[in-house]
Design a protein around this ligand. Structure first.
Ligand code: OTU
Length: 640
């Protein structure tokens, strides 16, 4: 927690190295004591963590001083409005837990440009959004560039989307509307067109070392033996032979995305500098992309290595000095058991990232829909640990990526040897391949028809809206999508709406897909914002209106009933006596019932329903009646 983190419990002030004293002396007088206190609190940790990674040589020690001094310089340059925000947030370190509401979109798909996004703020406000994640908008390599995830410059905006000035203007307008701007920060790799890669190609001294370039096919094979593949179809393997380098560049993702070598301290200082500069341009939260892959160690799968966590903790120390109001979000699409370290463990608890995606909850909710059974979902929730103070789960239904099935392997393996086949069934179900499947998604990157990898498609296509042939089927499809959102909103500290879901938007049209660059199947769920549907959002007789109205009712209830729904209240699963119905208890009063079945049912509760939190006019008996695919949030008196 920032206030606590930045409060040094010291009997006597630390003697700081001269480089740091010099930077502190250059701060505006009004900021000096505040930043000095931050440095006093962060410097010993920062030094210890990074000496742990890079060793304790004279060169590293002086590098460390320059690094910390750079953070002080950023605090000096922090615009007044952001400086004030930092001070407020240091006093209120849990400011980012519920009722935060996220919204995620590509700039061009949503509104053309950064200035266009500013014009859609009213839409975000109507939903109650407080956190806007804009997918990569920094200058990217020439297409294909993985939707901007191959960054060519961290100092420039992608020209088609606007300028750095536009970014500052947008963040200011968002802030005035109570919305924090979140930017992707792609820290595992850069585009091969990034100046560092270009300099490495030109043989400029030192730059080959910014990357992992392996000299021999044997070295490649030794690593490959233990590595997973992210894009086995379109980018098999983890290395790309680069003739000019006479070596293999490590490319976990696409061949044009070169993994950075964090064993080189220069890489860490350059990247942290870039992050702090963006923070001073108004970015309030960073989605740290692919955090699991930052450190490589032969003989391991090179994921979640201890050093990756140390680097994130060091980044947190630096933001605590320069911009303590800024949030770090781990994009670690990993099984639930691998996530707690991203918040920091033991002495580092609460000192790494503030937020992490709950990918397993997302995938398991889709499995529950396919199976009409909540078993795996309940397992995932049971495996979800309480977070350290200030930690927050980002829950979601859909995002710009595929639904990855393999994050659920631990839960399935725990249930028996043949259970992974259920993931393949789910994948087939959502590709519309199983009898009775209403879904119109597509399998993604499966290396053979017998292996589950990921599933693409907009939420509405996956829940059967595109295939519905009657108004009843349409309504049922919407109920399914609302059910998934009801769960995400009930569980998450920061739930996320994926652009278009609020209007039940369909998959990207086929003709549009053809015109897009590159063979990436994820484009299926990256449509343009549908302004015609938007115009219908209040028309209750339309499907769009029903989705928007249903979602807004839940969002309003979540804001209004924080006393019983607040995500800091403990969450537990209870048995409903029905394999299709998930029962959740929040605190001592709120109960969530989620029926994943096409059959209506009843659930007996231990106490009487005092209030339906979403539809207060609706009365409930006990047992409670649950229509097909219904979600209820109830205020219940007594035990369940
Ligand atoms: C992230 O994703 C991004 O969300 C993707 O859009 C990028 O392609 C990728 O990084 C490279 O920058 O493994 O933990 O669909 O879940 O690529 C990070 C697969 C990741 C994504 C995966 C992912």
């Amino acid at each position: 927690m920032s206030a606590v983190e930045n409060h040094a419990v010291l009997h006597r002030p630390l003697t700081l190295p001269p480089a740091l004293e010099q930077s502190l002396a250059q701060l505006p007088v009004a900021r000096q004591s505040v930043v000095r206190a931050r440095v006093q609190a962060q410097w010993p940790r920062l030094r210890e963590i990074l000496q742990g990674v890079y060793g304790e040589t004279a060169a590293i020690n002086s590098w460390l001083e320059t690094l910390a001094a750079g953070a002080v310089d950023c605090a000096a340059a922090r615009p007044d409005a952001l400086w004030q925000l930092d001070l407020e947030r240091e006093q209120k370190p849990r400011w980012h837990s519920s009722p935060m509401l996220g919204y995620c979109t590509y700039v061009d798909k949503f509104a053309g440009t950064l200035n266009g996004v500013a014009e859609r703020i009213a839409h975000l406000q109507e939903l109650g959004v407080t956190y806007l994640h804009l997918l990569p908008f920094l200058k990217a390599g020439t297409a294909p560039n993985d939707g901007g995830f191959a960054v060519a410059s961290y100092e420039e905006i992608e020209p088609a989307l606007g300028s750095m000035q536009d970014l500052r203007a947008l963040s200011t307008k968002l802030r005035a509307a109570g919305i924090s701007l979140c930017s992707d920060f792609v820290l595992n790799h850069v585009s091969h067109e990034h100046p560092w890669a270009q300099k490495a190609l030109a043989g400029e001294a030192g730059y080959r070392d910014y990357f992992h370039v392996l000299d021999s096919a044997e070295d490649v094979a030794a690593y490959e033996e233990h590595l997973i593949q992210i894009f086995p179809n379109t980018a098999p393997g983890n290395f790309t032979y680069v003739p000019t380098l006479k070596g293999w560049a490590w490319t976990t993702f696409y061949p044009y995305q070169w993994d950075l070598n964090y064993a080189n301290p220069q890489v860490f200082s350059e990247m942290s500098k870039a992050l702090l500069a963006l923070a001073n341009n108004g970015v309030e939260a960073f989605r740290l992309d692919s955090t699991g892959f930052l450190w490589k160690r032969q003989g391991t799968n090179c994921m979640n290595q201890p050093e990756a966590h140390q680097l994130l903790q060091a980044l947190r120390c630096l933001t605590n000095i320069a911009a303590p109001g800024v949030l770090l979000k781990a994009e670690a699409i990993m099984p639930t058991r691998d996530l707690p370290p991203y918040f920091g463990l033991g002495e580092q608890a609460g000192k790494e990232c503030h937020i992490a995606y709950h990918a397993s909850l997302m995938s398991a909710s889709w499995v529950a829909l396919a199976e009409q059974k909540v078993e795996i979902l309940a397992d995932v929730l049971a495996n979800t640990p309480a977070l350290p103070a200030g930690g927050a789960w980002m829950t979601y239904v859909r995002c710009h990526d595929d639904i990855g099935w393999n994050v659920l392997r631990p839960e399935l393996d725990a249930r028996g040897p043949e259970q992974r086949a259920r993931l393949l069934q789910a994948s087939r179900f959502f590709a519309g391949e199983l009898p009775g499947s209403y879904a119109r998604g597509a399998a993604f990157q499966a290396s053979s028809p017998d292996v589950a990898h990921g599933t693409n498609g907009m939420g509405s296509a996956l829940v059967g809206l595109s295939s519905a042939t009657s108004p009843q089927e349409q309504v049922q499809a919407i109920d399914r999508l609302l059910l998934l959102y009801a769960l995400s909103l009930f569980v998450g500290d920061v739930p996320l709406i994926y652009m278009g879901d609020e209007l039940a938007q369909a998959n990207t049209p086929a003709e549009e897909l053809i015109s897009r660059n590159g063979p990436d199947g994820r484009e299926l769920h990256r449509p343009y914002f549908d302004t015609q549907a938007y115009a219908l959002r209040h028309a209750g007789e339309t499907i769009t209106g029903q989705m928007f109205g249903g979602l807004c009712a839940m969002l309003a209830a979540r804001r209004q009933h924080q006393n019983v729904l607040h995500s800091a209240l403990p969450l537990s699963v209870f048995a409903t006596g029905n394999a299709s119905v998930l029962g959740l208890r929040r605190g001592s009063r709120a109960v969530g019932l989620f029926n994943f079945s096409a059959q209506p049912c009843t659930v007996a509760l231990g106490g009487a329903v005092a209030l339906d939190l979403v539809a207060p006019q609706r009365a409930h008996g006990n047992p409670v009646e649950l229509p097909a695919y219904a979600a209820l949030w109830l205020d219940v008196e007594g035990t369940v």
